[in-house]
Design a protein around this ligand. Structure first.
Ligand code: GLC
Length: 435
């Protein structure tokens, strides 16, 4: 049984961690047109084969990925063990289509897991339920397969059960042969390719035999509704996985109870390496979005698509570095934090942990800073999180005098002044409440 309670206890580290790194990496880094390249361009298995023969990330240093994640303030990682193209980044005994059969013969899943653990990070694996390489995966009538609508496959006989055995077997290899996994990120279900079509119950039971605590996403079901019910079944997953769009008000089940969730998003507009996609989100934007996720009870899983040599795009490295500098001083307002149950203030957002509320000032207010929704008598102390310095009361300021139900503070010398924020992106005030 997937009692909500056992799900909550295995997810405790996950909701505490709040910030993780997604890595999309595979053969598709060579054509450099995204991990959907085969589907979009209807590329056959044969036409994709040269990339398999060519794949040889000589300078591959996976430890550098984990180090960059840790330095950015991330607490966990998720890596594509197999994407929709079916290429396995590990030594699966069930296929020859794997990284150990390419030049260099390396098991990247093993290297990645060792690297993440060595950097003190929780480590998860992404595994694609779709497989555009396996002969028994539906083709002609499928919605996404590269050979969809191709007459040559119209009357082809496939044995989908054979695919399911393969898929379950591969997942079993991952959960039984690589030590403790923290996240299992199945991707994805659509139309009838959902739930019991994947033999989801057997799959999850098998996974739990080896990894009782692994946190599983909600994509064994199509549509993202599996966690809506009050007592979701064991295949529903432990967290919701909205993609490329931040939920307006967090995610709750149909009884209004918050459900753990994680927004996954790209840093530019592609999951996998795309040399032409240079539109990267800025560090300030991503910090604001991380804070927004936390203020709504969610996590942020931020993606990097390394190039064919396994290097991060230079822009990603730069942005991660900037986020890391902010996290070093302000991470306390992210880890283990959640919604403050206060109206969203005009200058930014609140996050909260117990009796401590963090005010994230995205922009400076004119004059004194109203700690909206918080009365003066509720406040024990206000400090600048980055250096622990005292933030002065501004109750005597002109704009504050008539608003006795709100605590006002200032970073300026005179409480009437408007003052530049020490951190123009997000200056965090730590407010200790009296309860
Ligand atoms: C999607 C895409 C995929 C990507 C994933 C990340 O479902 O199919 O390419 O890996 O989302 O969330």
């Amino acid at each position: 049984m997937n009692t909500t309670q056992s799900s909550a206890s295995r997810s405790a580290w996950f909701t505490e961690a709040r910030f993780g790194m997604f890595i999309h990496w595979g053969l598709y880094a060579i054509p450099g047109q995204g991990e959907w390249y085969r589907s979009h361009e209807k590329v056959s298995v044969e036409a994709y084969e040269p990339y398999f023969r060519e794949f040889n990330p000589r300078s591959c240093d996976i430890r550098a990925w984990a180090k960059a994640a840790r330095e950015a303030g991330m607490r966990y990682m998720v890596f594509t063990a197999k994407h929709h193209d079916g290429f396995c980044l590990y030594d699966s005994k069930l296929t020859d289509y794997k990284s150990t059969n390419t030049q260099g013969g390396r098991d990247f899943v093993r290297e990645y897991l060792e690297a993440a653990r060595a950097e003190g990070l929780r480590a998860g694996l992404y595994y694609s339920l779709l497989d555009w390489h396996h002969p028994d995966y539906p083709k002609y009538g499928d919605k996404f397969h590269p050979m969809r609508g191709n007459e040559a496959f119209k009357n082809e006989k496939i044995d989908f059960n054979r695919y399911l055995e393969y898929m379950h077997g591969q997942v079993e290899e991952l959960v039984s042969g690589y030590g403790k996994l923290d996240v299992l990120w199945f991707d994805f279900s659509y139309d009838d390719m959902s739930g019991e079509t994947w033999r989801a119950q057997d799959l999850v039971r098998m996974v739990r035999r080896y990894q009782s605590d692994v946190v599983i996403d909600n994509r064994l079901h199509a549509g993202g509704h599996s966690l809506e019910s009050e007592n979701p079944d064991e295949t529903a997953g432990d967290f919701a996985s909205p993609e490329q769009s931040l939920p307006e008000q967090g995610i709750v089940n149909n009884k209004g109870k918050p459900v753990p969730w994680e927004l996954c998003t790209t840093m530019n507009n592609s999951w996998a390496y795309q040399p032409t996609d240079r539109r990267f989100k800025s560090a300030p934007l991503l910090i604001h979005k991380l804070v927004e996720c936390v203020s709504k009870g969610g996590n942020l899983l931020l993606n990097v698509g390394p190039d064919a040599n396994s290097r991060f795009p230079a822009e990603s490295t730069k942005v991660l570095g900037e986020i890391g500098s902010w996290m070093e001083l302000n991470g306390e307002s992210i880890y283990g934090c959640g919604p403050a149950d206060l109206r969203r203030p005009d200058w930014g957002r609140y996050t909260r942990k117990g009796s401590v509320v963090y005010a994230h000032l995205f922009e400076e207010p004119i004059g004194p800073i109203p700690l909206s929704g918080i009365a003066p008598e509720q406040v024990k102390s206000v400090r600048l999180l980055r250096d622990g310095s005292e933030v002065k009361d501004a109750g005597t300021a002109l704009g504050a005098r008539n608003k006795k139900d709100t605590k006002f503070v200032t970073l300026a010398i005179s409480p009437n002044d408007t003052w530049p924020l020490p951190d123009t992106c997000d200056t965090v005030l730590k407010i200790e409440l009296t309860e």
